[in-house]
Design a protein around this ligand. Structure first.
Ligand code: ADP
Ligand code: MG
Length: 457
């Protein structure tokens, strides 16, 4: 069906394009564009980026608020946005030792570094600091707020920190790892626990997989008392600590289910010197598919943590996912978008985005899509690949022209128009001053754009 693909000998088998197409068609037929976009995004993220799912993440301080109300023990703490807030928090907590914790939607903060956003100078090592005095609280919060935290999970660009959490210090006897997630294959909630807390769980899984204990919870029975106890015993807990753990894991499982979580990770969960079990970290993700029954999530959402272009594209009704490459793609249909990305890779290029304008997009929507691509500073070249069915190629041609005129086109552009009104579309492009390469097939298009930006093998 897709012209041009027949010329490609062995398309990479990494993506399940047919599944995406089927799901996309089914969902569009049901006229649920939002669900369709979310589904497409989920597939793209899973297949191409290796991300587990599109969760809605919240900050540690928000996760701990949920824990507190569910009966999972946490330290006293205060969410702060300014240095003054942090000092007032220190005074009100009445604890001589406090933890000053950067709040971003990424882990590894403790081992991260803080940089000045203007000069790029290193300001402080560690995004989670233990303060032993009021002065230290002041220094640490000054070094954190308004600065860029780079951790193993943020990528080199890091994240601007606008929130901190000042928490009472905890006397730690031992750090454990605990996570609840949805095992989709088993159709059950999986609980993972390890005595090797506080460190990178991926490392533990690689080096000492036997140190990770797993239990699956049958949804019809819920978490059994025997399972709670077995898990606690596997962590070498006994006496009051075991009792505390058993109560905590029951509350946490209930929280997980009633909040439609996709993941809860506590690293570290600690045993204190007084044998209490306390969650010292909280990473909570909700399953976006359940957002319709959780209006309260809107207040927990932090838009500054989300990719701004993705939010803008979402509002315009486009399926857009930013990727790490340098070839911008404007495509209609999720299946064709996936195929386009595969063929670009086949010719040695890397896509800068996944972008599906959908079927029957009007000129304004296509123009918005093209502007989003043009605004991306990583884009070194653009491939427009339209296989018009419902989508008219002349509308795409006009929108591409309008956007290029408005924004100025600084990079090579390759256009492949095929299907409904492609002759009219090509005539519009040919009659214009637009500097671009017109091709007939996807394979030619991918080869051309990779060649034009000087990439490929
Ligand atoms: P991240 O996982 O992003 O590095 P954590 O919340 O796990 O952030 O904090 C890093 C480390 O800091 C923890 O492993 C723990 O040892 C220590 N820590 C965190 N909060 C406290 C606290 N309230 N009191 C004492 N130590 C803490
Ligand atoms: Mg942690």
């Amino acid at each position: 069906m897709v012209q041009g693909l027949s010329r490609v000998p062995n398309p990479p088998a990494r993506t399940t394009t047919s599944m995406v197409v089927r799901a996309h068609l089914l969902l569009s037929a049901l006229r649920v564009p939002d669900a369709s976009r979310k589904f497409t995004r989920r597939i793209v993220e899973r297949q191409l980026l290796g991300r587990r799912s599109v969760d809605m993440n919240i900050h540690e301080y928000q996760g701990k608020e949920l824990f507190r109300s569910a009966g999972v023990k946490v330290q006293e703490g205060v969410h702060c946005k300014t240095v003054e807030d942090a000092l007032a928090a220190y005074d009100s907590l009445g604890s001589k030792v406090v933890a000053v914790k950067s709040q971003i939607h990424a882990g590894g903060r403790g081992k991260g570094n803080l940089y000045c956003p203007n000069s790029g100078d290193l300001l402080m090592e560690g995004g989670v600091k233990i303060a032993f005095s009021r002065d230290e609280v002041e220094t640490y919060s000054e070094n954190i707020l308004g600065h860029i935290l780079v951790t193993k999970q943020t990528g080199p660009a890091g994240k601007l920190v606008s929130n901190i959490y000042v928490e009472a210090g905890c006397e730690i006897a031992h750090e454990y790892y605990l996570a609840l997630l949805v095992d989709r294959e088993a159709k059950q909630v999986l609980i993972m626990a390890s005595t090797e807390g506080g460190m990178d769980i991926e490392e533990v899984a690689e080096e000492t997989p036997e140190a990770i204990h797993k239990i699956w919870v049958n949804p019809s029975t819920g978490l059994l008392d025997s399972q709670k106890e077995d898990l606690g015993i596997s962590l070498d807990l006994s006496g009051a600590a075991l009792e505390d753990f058993v109560g905590m894991i029951g509350s946490l499982y209930d929280l997980f289910v009633s909040n439609d979580c996709s993941m809860v990770e506590i690293n570290p969960l600690v045993r204190t010197k007084s044998d209490e079990i306390v969650a010292l970290d909280a990473k909570v993700g909700f399953d976006e598919n359940a957002s319709f029954r959780h209006k309260e999530w809107e207040d927990l959402r932090d838009y500054s943590e989300e990719e701004p272009t993705e939010t803008r594209a979402n509002e315009a009704g486009l399926s857009y996912v930013k990727l790490d490459g340098d070839i911008g793609c404007l495509v209609n249909g999720a299946g064709l978008a996936m195929a386009t990305m595969d063929v670009i890779k086949l010719y040695g290029g890397e896509p800068a985005n996944f972008l599906d304008i959908g079927g029957g997009a009007d000129e304004a929507k296509v123009q918005e899509a093209f502007e989003i691509i043009l605004e991306d500073p990583n884009v070194k070249g653009i491939l427009v690949n339209i296989f018009g069915g419902i989508q008219r190629c002349d509308i795409v041609a006009k929108a591409v022209l309008a956007a290029s005129e408005k924004m100025g086109l600084q990079v090579p552009l390759v256009i492949r128009l095929s299907g409904t009104m492609f002759e009219e579309g090509r005539a519009i492009i040919d009659a214009s001053d637009l500097d671009c390469t017109s091709v007939e097939t996807l394979a030619e298009g991918a080869e051309a754009i990779v060649g034009l930006i000087g990439g490929g093998q």
